[in-house]
Design a protein around this ligand. Structure first.
Ligand SMILES: Nc1ncnc2c1ncn2[C@@H]1O[C@H](COP(=O)(O)OP(=O)(O)OP(=O)(O)O)[C@@H](O)[C@H]1O
Ligand SMILES: [Mg+2]
Length: 198
């Protein structure tokens, strides 16, 4: 059965699609990987020149039966019944967030939905990844405390604000860039997630 990773956060612009794309391109080097784009506003599905299977309109109950090793699901910036269904078939839910006070407050209803799904899906693991970090020294213990959540932990990997990430949908993904630090961050994130679901 395919391992399923859903990327979710009700807040827009936190990097769901950017991370889904770059994780997908990385995973496919080793695993038969597909991205499912459930954002009707279109985003990943619109990408041309990307050497990766991107699909949409797949009912949640059919996703686990698809012939892939790993499926990444990008979701829109709101909570929905579809997201609830996706969490019931997922092995991992990744919640990207910026690292501010209001960002930490805005994450709570997404985490509530995840908690609810975990009570029904014993397989589901989760993690928050801080994205668009401007300066590592700004990630103080105070900030970490804001994101301290028993059921959805803060991942060790943090993704910095890098032009290479902004450009990545247009340049064939971060692995195609010469930004070694960005590439390392995506590798570390992928590894951290895989370790939690293997
Ligand atoms: N680590 C990063 N460094 C620099 N820019 C980033 C980074 N992550 C995301 N971005 C940029 O931030 C913007 C929002 O990212 P993205 O579209 O991936 O967010 P999203 O959560 O999918 O948004 P939506 O909920 O509206 O679909 C984009 O312009 C993207 O290029
Ligand atoms: Mg998006």
């Amino acid at each position: 059965m395919a391992k399923i990773i859903t990327v979710a956060h009700q807040k827009g612009g936190v990097g769901k699609s950017t991370l889904t794309l770059n994780l997908g391109l990385l995973f496919q080097a080793k695993l038969k990987t597909a991205i499912i784009d459930t954002d009707l506003q279109g985003s990943l599905i619109d990408l041309k020149n990307i050497n990766l299977t991107v699909l949409n309109n797949i009912p949640a109950d059919e996703i686990p039966l698809m012939d892939f090793d790993l499926i990444l699901i990008d979701t829109p910036p709101y909570l929905s019944d579809i997201l609830r269904e996706l969490l019931l078939i997922s092995d991992f839910v990744l919640v990207p967030s910026k690292a501010g006070f209001f960002d930490a407050m805005a994450i709570h209803s997404t985490l509530g939905l995840i908690n609810d799904a975990m009570s029904k899906n014993g397989n589901l693991k989760s993690g928050i990844v801080l994205n668009m970090i401007k300066n590592s020294s700004s990630i103080t213990s105070e900030v970490k405390c804001l994101f301290n959540n028993s059921s959805t932990p803060l991942l060790n990997t943090m993704i910095h604000d890098r032009v290479s990430f902004t450009r990545s949908p247009m340049t064939g993904g971060i692995l195609n860039s010469d930004d070694d630090r960005a590439i390392e961050e995506i590798y570390l994130l992928a590894e951290e997630i895989l370790n939690k679901i293997k």
